[in-house]
Design a protein around this ligand. Structure first.
Ligand code: ADP
Ligand code: MG
Length: 324
């Protein structure tokens, strides 16, 4: 695969978009991040002359749509359970015939569930770390024996490293057990990959340059993601054929999971073998000042305002007339 170029803009007149709801906030655990992302998107679209307005959460959006206030939705809600990234919002908007940005019902719902996303990848021969599904109340010790330490234990349907525990010793299993009890939902125990953490932004049919994340504290937790200023980001994260391979893999993984439009694929690269391991797909990734898709887009020559515009373009009908 050659490094693809971003196609020309489809529209240049902001009036084509009509009134745009920038949907942010919501009630998920990622509310604050989403508000931050949403404010940035809103500012960028307005700077380009789009008639864009902030809407906080799905109930407020429903009310506005019932009153015919918006022509389309730029969805920047993160997370599940009313968070807007899990397919529920997408189904609602589709039923209301309101165009929106990003993945549709299937891609949003599937990728919100890490376990089932991995099952799809495995069925297609796409590489992902070995794992076990932990239903609520499962015996973590037995699972750790079966999979072998070290492992990573994380909720199947959360984001932003919420509820994720790295378990290297039997003693550390207690912390994972406590988190699992508190969380109460389905968890997944995954073989720990020791190596580089990489992520690949997707914009339309293009995999953007990868980013290698080098956190100070060892792994990329909530603190490193949204607060710390000392996490290092290298872009592109790999060189030559390795970079080509990770972009191709990320695009395949994104499409295999039914995702479309834009998003981000998280990958770990085993330090010993260099083998790439897919972790997860984010269908409405962050657009904060720390966020990775904007960084990758910039490296690719796309400034933040233009990135927002290009994502919004995805809500326009394709040439054939169908909404993507
Ligand atoms: N199997 C694993 N091996 C090593 N690190 C992992 C593994 N799974 C997750 N992590 C670490 O935890 C972070 C969050 O995991 P991820 O699967 O991307 O979920 P989310 O971002 O939705 O919380 C990753 O960015 C990575 O640093
Ligand atoms: Mg992630």
């Amino acid at each position: 695969m050659t490094m693809a170029q971003v196609p020309a803009l489809r529209v240049t007149d902001p009036a084509v978009f009509g009134r745009v709801a920038v949907l942010m906030g919501g009630s998920s655990s990622e509310r604050e991040v989403s508000l931050d992302s949403g404010r940035n998107v809103l500012e960028a679209l307005r700077a380009r002359g789009v008639d864009a307005h902030a809407v906080d959460g799905i109930p407020e959006l429903v009310d506005a749509l019932v009153h015919g206030m918006f022509d389309r939705v730029f969805n920047i809600l993160h997370g599940n359970r009313g968070g807007g990234e899990d397919g529920v919002l997408q189904g609602f908007l589709q039923a209301f015939e309101v165009p929106y940005t990003g993945s549709g019902v299937l891609g949003s719902a599937l990728t919100m569930d890490k376990i089932r996303t991995k099952q799809v990848w495995l069925s297609l021969g796409l590489p992902t770390p070995r794992f076990l599904r932990l239903s609520p109340g499962a015996d973590l010790r037995a699972a750790a024996l079966e999979l072998g330490l070290p492992v990573f234990v994380k909720p199947s349907c959360e984001g932003s490293s919420v509820g994720a525990v790295r378990v290297e010793t039997e003693a550390a299993l207690e912390e994972a057990e406590r988190v699992a009890r508190e969380y109460g939902g389905e968890m997944l125990m995954e073989a720990l990959v020791v190596g580089d953490e990489l992520t690949v932004g997707i914009l339309g049919d293009v995999a953007l340059p990868s980013i290698r994340i080098v956190p100070k504290g060892g792994w990329y937790d909530y603190q490193a993601k949204y607060v710390a200023e000392d996490t290092m980001y290298l872009c592109p994260g790999l060189e030559g054929d390795d970079e080509t391979a990770i972009r191709a893999l990320a695009l395949s993984a994104f499409r295999a999971a039914g995702a479309s439009g834009w998003g981000r694929v998280d990958v770990m690269r085993d330090a010993g073998s260099g083998r790439l391991n897919l972790l997860e797909v984010n269908t409405a990734p962050g657009m904060t000042s720390h966020s990775l898709v904007p960084k990758a887009a910039r490296e690719f020559g796309i400034a933040f305002d233009e990135l927002c515009w290009r994502i919004l373009e995805q809500s326009l009908p394709l040439d054939g007339g169908a909404t993507p």
